[in-house]
Ligand binder design. Structure first.
Ligand SMILES: Cc1cc2nc3c(=O)[nH]c(=O)nc-3n(C[C@H](O)[C@H](O)[C@H](O)COP(=O)(O)O)c2cc1C
Length: 333
């Protein structure tokens, strides 16, 4: 039987760890919509040792977010084990997740993230050391399917990680070389799920409840992880849950409801920062992501690139809603 309670009798939905995105406010928003398991943005082992303000922010979470994992990256087994132990004593997460998938140069050039897919002995020593350091608390891992198209090795890596005592494994179905381009390879994700006994969480390009249901049906995944789609449609978790449990297709939220979510997100960020203008400016990229699911997306993006206050957001909301209503009336006439 699987030791992780969030896999018992259910198919959990994970919000993907996303640096600069899956902060506490966004995690809690997604939790309200039904995300079952959350992970912090990644933190380096060295960041843990320094305990600076940034790291404290990354590690800050509330009990409502449980089960929650802290994601660590690094290539030095002893440092990673010590950092994991410190994190567990410090913030008491439900698990520690190891990042073996990050494609970013800053991380890879220090042999962290996806670079370890090319160096299985180091990958194994990092995993084994962290598992041992924090047991019985579970250690999980997140990988890509390989370094590049010529070295797809997710099945081998998954078996190594399973042997090291990793409790669950997320597979993002792209190689490091792909970055975020091309399509996630769900055949490889299925091969990994068939090759190991630990739960495998499938990740990559899930944009609707139907997508998740199809991948669940076609591969042996034990859970699904959603990243970018949650940025524009955080209600995807609610829709997916309804579809998976009762085959119900929920109506998508109305435009007014979408704006309610956007306003609330902005208000929460302003409250958190305590200063409105920098808070709203920090939301510009997030607003762009929301615009993907909205009418007049291009116009919205132009406007969002200028917002600085809650009042600015409100003006755009009203205009967008009234424009969309006018278009609907015209279309019906
Ligand atoms: C802005 C951004 C930041 C990300 N940061 C992380 C991270 O800190 N750790 C991690 O394991 N993956 C990170 N990822 C990868 C996602 O977790 C996920 O694997 C990827 O986006 C594919 O899933 P999707 O198609 O549902 O977005 C990030 C992705 C994006 C778009």
């Amino acid at each position: 039987m699987n030791a992780l309670p969030w896999f018992q009798n259910q198919f959990p939905l994970f919000l993907a760890p996303m640096a600069g995105v899956s902060d506490k406010i966004f995690r809690q928003l997604c939790k309200e919509y039904g995300a079952d398991v959350l992970t912090t943005e990644f933190v380096s082992a060295e960041g843990i040792f320094r305990r600076n303000e940034r790291t404290r922010e990354y590690l800050d979470f509330d009990d409502v977010e449980r089960p929650l994992g802290v994601q660590l990256f690094g290539a030095d087994a002893a440092h990673m084990a010590e950092a994991a132990k410190q994190v567990v004593d410090w913030v008491r997460p439900d698990f520690v997740d190891l990042n073996f998938g990050c494609p970013v140069n800053k991380v890879v050039c220090k042999n962290g993230g996806s670079a370890l897919l090319k160096d299985c002995p180091t990958l194994a020593s990092v995993a084994e050391s962290v598992v041992r350091a924090i047991a019985p608390l579970p250690t999980t891992a997140k990988i890509r399917i390989g370094w590049d198209a010529d070295s797809v090795n997710a099945v081998r890596v998954a078996k190594i990680l399973e042997a090291c005592g990793i409790s669950a494994l997320t597979v993002h179905g792209r190689t490091r070389a792909q970055g975020y381009s091309g399509a996630a390879d769900w055949n490889v994700i299925g091969e990994v799920a068939a090759a190991v006994a630990i739960p495998v969480i499938g990740n990559g390009d899930l944009t609707s409840a139907a997508d998740v249901a199809k991948r669940k049906r076609e591969t042996g995944i034990a859970g699904a992880m959603i990243g970018r789609a949650a940025m524009s449609t955080p209600w995807i978790f609610r829709e997916t849950k309804a579809y998976l449990s009762n085959s119900v297709i929920l109506d998508p939220p109305t435009l007014e409801e979408r704006w309610k979510v956007i306003r609330r997100h902005c208000e929460l960020v302003v409250r958190d920062w305590g200063v409105e203008e920098p808070a709203i400016r920090s939301m510009r990229a997030r607003l762009m992501a929301y615009s993907k699911a909205m009418p007049e997306a291009k116009r919205l993006r132009e406007k969002f690139s200028q917002v600085s206050t809650l009042a600015d957001v409100e003006v755009i909301a009203r205009e967008n809603i009234s424009q969309s209503t006018a278009t609907t009336i015209l279309a019906a006439a």
